[in-house]
Ligand binder design. Structure first.
Ligand SMILES: CC(C)(COP(=O)(O)OP(=O)(O)OC[C@H]1O[C@@H](n2cnc3c(N)ncnc32)[C@H](O)[C@@H]1OP(=O)(O)O)[C@@H](O)C(=O)NCCC(=O)NCCS
Length: 210
């Protein structure tokens, strides 16, 4: 009797390949071990440290500052949107197990800017999803946002993710400018505006990698 082998279908092979990509990138705790030159960022008014860590490794003080910075930058956008502002839901989301962070600080323990991102499968592709990019008001327009986006893009390309995806409020014109004019993002096919839904207060933006 011939040996019984279970050949994987093409779909199964693709699903397995996607899982391998995601397991690998999600297994890394600190991306700056491999990308050490990105551990500092020089601006005209000083040198900032950049760290890469999981939400579970944030201190309580850092979590408090993350929530405060999020509120300072975003509360009014949420309040004006159809989503409304639900701080408890946001706090839960910010510190879920899968949340990954870049933290930027001038002094250890401070949070002057942060990015919250995650890696997962979205619409059949491996993606890096930017949940938050928040630069403190005093640090904006000094290249920090661009730097953090470039870091995520570099890491995502190295680990063979296919897209970077994010959501932005239409009313947030400066962020829209930053992503579409400077960082090369486009309105994603899945964005409500691409499906005759102009009522929604947000767009989904994406950038294809490789
Ligand atoms: C939007 C944001 C992330 C950009 O980060 P940043 O560090 O301030 O931006 P950078 O200095 O890296 O800007 C790079 C380029 O993006 C564009 N850009 C950035 N902010 C802009 C703004 N307010 N208006 C127009 N263009 C802007 C510019 O071309 C800029 O280059 P330049 O300064 O040489 O002209 C940051 O301002 C921020 O945190 N804003 C409040 C929170 C927010 O809206 N987050 C995004 C939620 S989706």
């Amino acid at each position: 009797m011939p040996p019984k082998t279970k050949r994987l279908t093409k779909k199964e092979q693709q699903a397995r390949a996607r899982k391998q990509v995601l397991d690998k990138v999600n297994g890394v705790t600190d991306f700056l071990v491999e990308f050490a030159p990105f551990s500092t960022y020089d601006t005209n008014d000083g040198v900032y440290q950049v760290r890469s860590l999981r939400a579970a490794n944030l201190t309580e003080n850092e979590k408090t500052q993350i929530v405060e910075l999020f509120c300072a930058n975003m509360q009014s956008f949420y309040e004006q949107s159809s989503w409304g502002f639900d701080l408890e839901a946001k706090r839960t989301e910010l510190f879920e197990e899968k949340a990954r962070y870049f933290i930027v600080n001038s002094v250890p323990g401070m949070v002057d800017a942060f990015m919250h991102f995650r890696f997962f499968e979205d619409d059949g592709a491996e993606v890096a999803y930017v949940y938050e990019l928040q630069v403190g008001p005093n640090l904006q327009r000094k290249g920090v946002g661009k730097r953090l986006m470039q870091m995520l893009e570099l890491i995502s390309t190295k680990y063979k993710l296919k897209w970077i995806v994010l959501t932005v409020f239409k009313a947030n014109e400066s962020a829209m400018q930053f992503y579409t004019k400077k960082m090369g993002f486009e309105i994603d096919d899945t964005s409500p505006s691409q499906h005759d839904n102009t009522e929604e207060s947000y767009e989904i933006l994406s950038k294809q990698l490789m």
